[in-house]
Design a protein around this ligand. Structure first.
Ligand code: AMP
Length: 187
């Protein structure tokens, strides 16, 4: 299908779940920014060392780290298309992505906001922290910072992609399959 899609939303909105479904059904390269950062941190690479503190506090990592993580993105965009999960998360990142894709004559096709309430996000994160091992899910202060980052950055991003005619909002509190069906309606 070769599209470039970005899935955005509060922590635990279902971004990775839907990105995985898009990978399975359409072969889009699944680019989870948070997953890639955690992999770098766990492997203690130079990029991981630069990202570690910000990720542990729930703040966005600097652009220089993001650029490093995005290294192979043009190749993946050309070969299979990409579903980004958790990227872009602020306007300079959206501009960086546009610049990179522009170099290969591509553009973001769809920016999808999975809308869930803060209460639902808090519930899901609490459930996930009991079953999973993400440190940034366990500390309420860090969870709060991540929600705050979303509140601060989301309006400009929504505005940006609305102006480009690429913005779609989907109710992320529906079931996984209902959300996926709605995403497919927009492809
Ligand atoms: P996530 O797995 O999407 O919840 O992301 C976990 C953490 O990784 C975030 O709280 C940030 O510290 C970092 N992160 C993920 N995506 C980005 C991004 N696009 N820009 C900067 N930092 C990010």
């Amino acid at each position: 299908m070769g599209k470039i899609i970005s899935i955005y939303g509060l922590p635990a909105a279902g971004k990775t779940t839907q990105a995985e479904l898009l990978f399975k059904k359409y072969g889009l390269y699944q680019f989870g920014m948070g997953d890639k950062l955690r992999a770098e941190i766990n492997a203690n690479t130079a990029l991981g060392q630069k990202a570690k503190e910000m990720v542990s506090k729930g703040f966005l990592v600097p652009d220089e780290v993001i650029r490093g993580i995005l290294q192979n993105v043009k190749k993946q965009a050309q070969e299979t298309g990409i579903v980004f999960d958790g990227f872009p998360r602020m306007i300079p990142q959206a501009e960086l992505l546009e610049e990179m894709l522009g170099e290969i004559n591509l553009e973001v096709d769809l920016f999808i906001l999975l809308r869930i309430s803060s209460e639902e996000a808090a519930r899901r994160i609490s459930d996930r922290s009991e079953s999973g091992g993400r440190a940034d899910d366990k500390d309420p202060k860090v969870v709060n910072s991540r929600m705050e980052v979303f509140r601060k950055e989301s309006l400009p991003l929504i505005d940006h992609y609305t102006k480009l005619g690429k913005f779609v909002e989907i109710d992320g509190e529906k079931s996984i399959s209902e959300v996926f069906a709605e995403i497919e309606n927009h492809l």
